[in-house]
Design a protein around this ligand. Sequence first.
Ligand SMILES: Cc1cc2nc3c(=O)[nH]c(=O)nc-3n(C[C@H](O)[C@H](O)[C@H](O)COP(=O)(O)O)c2cc1C
Length: 184
Amino acid sequence: MPYTIAVLVGSLRSESINRRLALALEKLARGKLVFDYASLGDLPLYNDDLWQDGRAPEPVMRLKDVIGQADGVLFVTPEYNRTVPGLLVNACDWASRPYGQSSFEGKPAAAIGASVGAIGTAMAQSHLRSNMLGLGLVPMGRPEAFIHWKPDHYAEDGSISDEATKAFLQSFVDSLAAHVERLS
Ligand SMILES: Cc1cc2nc3c(=O)[nH]c(=O)nc-3n(C[C@H](O)[C@H](O)[C@H](O)COP(=O)(O)O)c2cc1C
């Protein structure tokens, strides 16, 4: 039975390379992992006042459901100004509340990200990894995946033309599946 993974992509751009990367991973993970993409663009900015009797606006409740029902969490993150984009930070803040009811608690998680820059989101992922610990997630140790984006390696349908890239990303999703299985 495949595991369900809540996928949080930290970009809203229609041409996002990180969304393209997520689609490629989804294709490689078929039969092992089912990706459930969380909608982050409709979340309000975090404001404690929006919680009323344990409920927040609908987009927040949907986000908490997607994460809460998943067996694991995958962050696919761009790097903005050498750290995690605000979109993802805001989503994590919402999902971590109310206090004591974090949707993330104890779930296996992993991060990956792509950038046109040479370090391939390494700094953003380093920050995100320490955030994950604070959120109660259990991050996968390895492989680390800092993807220096090469557009001609990835097709729009999620297929990957470069064999070395494909093998590496396959090892990433296989490791995530094993990480989720160990903690299930
Ligand atoms: C506000 C902003 C800050 C950025 N900062 C970085 C950065 O620190 N490191 C980096 O490698 N790329 C940086 N970039 C470039 C992004 O890697 C590039 O725009 C990438 O395509 C974003 O991911 P997406 O295509 O999934 O939206 C930045 C882009 C923006 C818009």
